[in-house]
Design a protein around this ligand. Structure first.
Ligand SMILES: *Cc1c(COP(=O)(O)O)cnc(C)c1O
Length: 393
């Protein structure tokens, strides 16, 4: 039997749904166990002359459970070309690893609606290391073109973005980045490899907070970087090893387990998100719905062209006369919801709601009346009934 986790040629012959179930899943050679073992050992026996070793040394460098996950991540993210994945303790550890490769005087273009903590770390590190970081609205064609007038080293995009669900045209941005010799990293946490494959569109690295959809059950943290460039992989591997940003084998195991059901979860959640968006649009208490699946979303055509579906994240703004009234009303709606738990994070089996401005704090640029929804696996009729009562009370 050919193993699905072997060569790229074998991989490309099967569908993503099949890869998600089988990649990295060869039975344990020692026991035949079908479910992957969790190897908790921090250290591995090696020859007295360590230089002769072809295997594991120490858990922080690499370990068998993490290897299975990384094989699966690379296969799912890049089914048609060889790629390599690195798993990290958190999504932010993956962001920090990329930033650790930057040098003084370099120039970074950062999406203006980047995940709040990533934006904050980029600002703090730009001051410490001495690289220049410019925020750009990549959905604005002219502003994006202009930003490339000067040399660029790194482009950091996030699509769909958090929390405004802006969609960036990856192929277009990749062409601009390539022409200027810059590396393009895409945070595709909201989209997952099921809906968007940035490497095939020309991105150099795809980043995920595996804490969200990949692991998918609000019980495990992780981050991932997937790329095709061997040299950059070696660099990032060393960063992870020396910074100690390695995840626990149990986190790798839970994430691998999450990947097995990623496709059916996303399929169900995307369908529900469409229904929720359609219910919110005409609602008299709702001023605006941010969801790339709606025909009047500013980047709907880009989303249709580059994504398999619009995703299961959406946000909406309540109707109010002033920012302070909008804030109060949004918070009241969030409080009245019964099935949507008030909590940060996303991409899990349960639906969540969050008032982003208050969670982002005083420097937030998110509209005061905005609530972000992560659509879970509940019956959509129940979610709609819950939103209806919360908006109408
Ligand atoms: C959560 C998140 C991150 C950070 O990941 P952690 O696992 O929380 O460290 C980065 N980007 C996006 C889009 C996220 O949603």
């Amino acid at each position: 039997m050919p193993r699905l986790d072997d060569s790229a040629t074998e991989r490309s012959a099967v569908h993503l749904a099949t890869l998600a179930v089988h990649a990295g899943g060869a039975p344990d050679p020692g026991t035949g166990a079908v479910a992957p073992p969790i190897h908790l050992s921090t250290t591995f026996e090696h020859p007295a002359d360590v230089a002769l070793l072809d295997g594991y040394i120490y858990q922080r460098y690499s370990n068998p459970t993490q290897d299975r996950l990384e094989t699966a991540l690379a296969a799912i993210e890049s089914p048609d070309a060889p790629a390599q994945a690195l798993f990290f303790a958190t999504g932010m550890a993956a962001v920090a690893a990329i930033i650790a490769t930057l040098r003084p005087g370099q120039r970074v273009l950062l999406a203006d609606d980047t995940y709040f903590a990533a934006r904050t770390l980029m600002r703090v590190e730009s001051e410490r290391i001495g690289f220049r970081c410019q925020q750009v609205d990549f959905t604005d064609v002219d502003a994006t073109q202009l930003a490339f007038a000067e040399p660029v080293n790194l482009v950091w995009a996030e699509t769909p973005s958090n929390p405004l669900l802006k969609v960036t045209d990856i192929a277009h941005l990749a062409r601009l980045a390539r022409a200027s010799g810059a590396r393009l990293v895409v945070d595709a946490t909201f989209a997952t490899p099921v809906l968007l494959q940035p490497l095939a569109l020309g991105a150099d690295v795809v980043m995920h907070s595996a804490t969200k959809y990949l692991a998918g059950h609000s019980d495990c943290m992780g981050g991932a970087l997937v790329m095709r460039d061997e040299d950059f992989y070696r660099t990032l591997y060393e960063v992870r090893k020396l910074h100690g940003a390695t995840a626990s084998p149990f986190a790798a195991w839970l994430t691998l387990r999450g990947l097995r059901t990623l496709l059916p979860r996303l399929h169900w959640q995307c369908r529900s998100a469409h229904h929720v968006a359609q219910m919110l649009v005409p609602h008299p208490s709702v001023a605006k719905v941010h969801f790339p699946g709606l025909p009047d979303h500013p980047q709907h055509q880009v989303a249709k062209a580059q994504m398999r579906d619009a995703g299961a994240m959406l946000s909406f703004e309540v109707r109010a006369d002033s920012a302070s009234a909008a804030r109060a009303r949004a918070i009241a709606v969030a409080q009245r919801l019964k099935l949507f738990t008030n909590a940060t994070s996303l991409g899990s089996v349960e639906s969540l709601v969050e008032h982003r401005q208050s969670s982002e704090g005083p420097t937030s640029t998110t509209p005061a009346g905005l609530l972000r929804l992560s659509i879970g696996l509940e019956a959509v009729e129940d979610l709609i009934a819950d939103l209806t009562q919360a908006l109408e009370a």
